[in-house]
Design a protein around this ligand. Structure first.
Ligand code: ZN
Length: 139
């Protein structure tokens, strides 16, 4: 498969997130002091932080959440998406608390509903990148 869509931008702050996805592991930023979860990278807002993000780490998250908001794209805004329309772009409210923007796949776009439970699926797209996508949880 040739990937003809834009790729995520990479910088040192987010690199561990993408490296974990490559291993089919979904990581979020986690506070070792109080257990709070963040995405993207942030200092913990619950207390003072150690210098250089000392109390923070990337840790394995459930990959489960619910659709918080979504829209159905009927037009491709980039030629790479022409075969995908209509497709769903959604904000997923993760079980751990943070939100992530992604696609809902594996179902008819018109079946997607607010609060629908979803779980991660890993889409390998290039040597460097695996995308986190979400599909409905079988009920
Ligand atoms: Zn904390």
């Amino acid at each position: 498969m040739v990937w003809n869509k834009p790729l995520p931008s990479m910088d040192p702050d987010i690199e561990p997130f993408w490296k974990a996805l490559k291993r089919h592991e979904f990581n979020l930023y986690h506070c070792k002091k109080c257990g709070a979860w963040y995405f993207p990278v942030a200092c913990c807002r619950n207390h003072d932080n150690e210098p250089l993000f000392g109390n923070m780490e990337w840790a394995k998250a459930s990959g489960k959440g619910k659709v918080f908001a979504f829209n159905i794209h009927h037009r491709a805004f980039h030629p790479g998406f022409e075969k995908d329309v209509p497709y769903v772009y959604a904000m997923i409210k993760l079980e751990e608390g943070p939100m992530i923007g992604s696609n809902v796949v594996g179902c008819d776009p018109y079946q997607v509903k607010i609060d629908m439970p979803v779980e991660i699926v890993f889409q390998d797209i290039t040597e460097q990148f695996t995308l986190p996508q979400f599909r409905p949880v079988a009920q």
